[in-house]
Design a protein around this ligand. Structure first.
Ligand code: GDP
Ligand code: ZN
Length: 459
């Protein structure tokens, strides 16, 4: 495929003062050479080398920046095209200047996600790998990165390919039946083979879908709200959680958040402590919760940390709060255990039902470990430590898998009520196609463009 040469600023993961201008395409090296002065011309250096030199403005001969230039020739590159990466350490101004020079000397500004799109179009990666790259770029925690990485390595693809293969085998069996309709036992054997195989496929899809929620949590963080009466220790708990755990910073330059949130990583569970500024400022949280909007926020939360004071008896306010959050995932924290116990544990249990209860003292830093362990247990039931698990976390994949699940279920139901087997074929083929879409094997161009335009610029 003959494509023009594209360029953009591709900011590396993590912090660091270095920014990269990346070019990809047939003329990448040629264009870079026009801007580069070094010991050798870039067109003469070996592939996969890093070269020290300077970027100059060819129209004025002005030196713009001291650089390291990586040369990677096709096909052993991310896009399977020639790639040049100009590593600049100056500020954003010089980086922009270098990009501008690349653009005025023959490159075109890359669209968001265009590098990854080329990797896909040139057959370097399949669609689910491309999407995993996007998720990887956006992922906020170590564990989320690992999940995204696993997808990049094709875990999901392998699984989906296996399921498609099984469907092909069923279809082959169905063909046999259609070819020899006169044999009743073939029909029967086919039908029972179909049902049991289709059931296995359904189970796999359903298992995958069950991981979706965890996948979402891993990427977006568990939206967590801290509630409790004034002075029970909510702010102290928040501060302890933040101090005790690496605060998660968004790694992508230019992403701004308008919602006030704090991210912390609690034993691999990314917590998005929602509107913590509000919690910090609004001491009368009960009054705040009286507002319908706050109730909505509580309903939307994945996790509610409900703080009580060990040094006080339960009050009407505590019961009101408990009533509001009774159907949510709640961890009850009995704080101030360093003070005299006035709170009746049995009464608390009656009030909160089967929500787990943790006793803490934020003052003397007791029970925080137990709280963290409880958070982990509640959401992952120990499963997340199993790194072999394949997650599905991408909204498009989830939607496709749900459809695939419906159509395989249709096939099973039809087989059960004795629908002619060649009719069932249609549902099987549909399932096969839907699964194919997950890995980009039956996607039309429009969808591809839409997908890749979601990518961050420079990837
Ligand atoms: P909030 O209003 O629920 O956010 O409560 P704060 O975190 O602001 O704490 C209210 C007061 O209780 C502060 O003076 C804290 O130092 C104190 N406090 C918080 N946790 C504990 C605890 O575990 N033991 C004791 N004795 N005091 C605490
Ligand atoms: Zn507070």
């Amino acid at each position: 495929m003959e494509l023009d040469t594209i360029a953009s600023i591709s900011t590396p993961m993590g912090e660091g003062a270095i920014a990269i201008v990346r070019l990809s395409g047939n003329e990448a090296v040629e264009i870079a050479d026009k801007l580069y002065k070094g010991k050798h011309r870039l067109s003469e250096v070996a592939s996969h080398t890093i070269n020290y030199g300077h970027i100059i403005d060819p129209s004025t001969d002005e030196t713009i920046e001291e650089v390291m230039v990586a040369i990677m020739r096709a096909p052993r590159t991310y896009t399977r095209e020639d790639i040049v990466e100009i590593n600049c350490h100056g500020g954003i101004m010089t980086v922009n200047r270098v990009l501008e020079l690349a653009l005025t000397n023959g490159a075109r500004l890359a669209e968001p996600g265009e590098f990854t799109k080329r990797a896909f179009l040139n057959g370097r990666i399949d669609l689910s790998q491309a999407e995993a790259t996007m998720d990887f770029i956006r992922s906020k925690t170590d564990r989320a990165s690992r999940v995204a990485m696993q997808q990049i390595e094709g875990r999901l693809s392998v699984l989906i390919k296996g399921l498609r293969q099984s469907i092909l085998e069923i279809l082959a069996q169905v063909e046999v039946n259609i070819d020899y309709p006169e044999y009743d036992d073939v029909e029967e054997a086919t039908s029972s083979f179909l049902m049991s195989e289709a059931q296995k496929i359904e189970t796999s899809i359903s298992n995958l879908l069950n991981t979706a929620n965890q996948g979402k949590i891993l990427r977006e963080g568990l939206s967590t709200v801290i509630v409790g009466k004034p002075n029970v220790g909510k702010s102290s708990m928040l501060n302890n959680l933040i101090q005790d755990n690496k605060a998660i910073v968004t790694e992508i330059a230019g992403t701004t958040r308008d919602v006030l949130e704090e991210y912390v990583n609690v034993r691999g569970v990314p917590l998005r402590l929602v509107d913590t500024a509000g919690i910090r400022e609004t001491e009368d949280i009960v009054e705040k919760i009286g507002v319908e909007r706050s109730r909505e926020a509580l309903k939307k939360a994945d996790l509610i940390l409900y703080v009580l004071n060990n040094n006080e008896v339960l009050t009407e306010e505590d019961y009101q709060l408990a009533e509001i959050i009774k159907n949510e995932d709640v961890i009850v924290i009995i704080n101030k255990t360093d003070l005299e116990t006035k709170l009746e544990l049995e009464e608390v249990k009656t009030m909160v039902g089967d929500a787990p209860i943790v006793r803490t003292s934020m003052l003397s830093q007791q029970g925080i470990e137990e709280l963290e362990e409880q958070i982990r247990t509640l959401f992952f039931a120990g499963e997340v430590s199993n790194q072999d698990m394949t997650y599905v976390s991408n909204a498009r994949h989830i939607s496709l898998l749900k459809h695939a699940q419906t159509s395989i279920q249709d096939a099973i139901n039809a087989a059960q009520i004795g629908v002619p087997i060649d009719m069932i074929q249609i549902d099987l083929i549909k399932t096969w196609e839907l699964l194919g879409e997950v890995i980009g094997e039956s996607v039309d161009d429009g969808l591809i463009d839409q997908l890749f335009s979601q990518f961050c610029l420079g990837k």
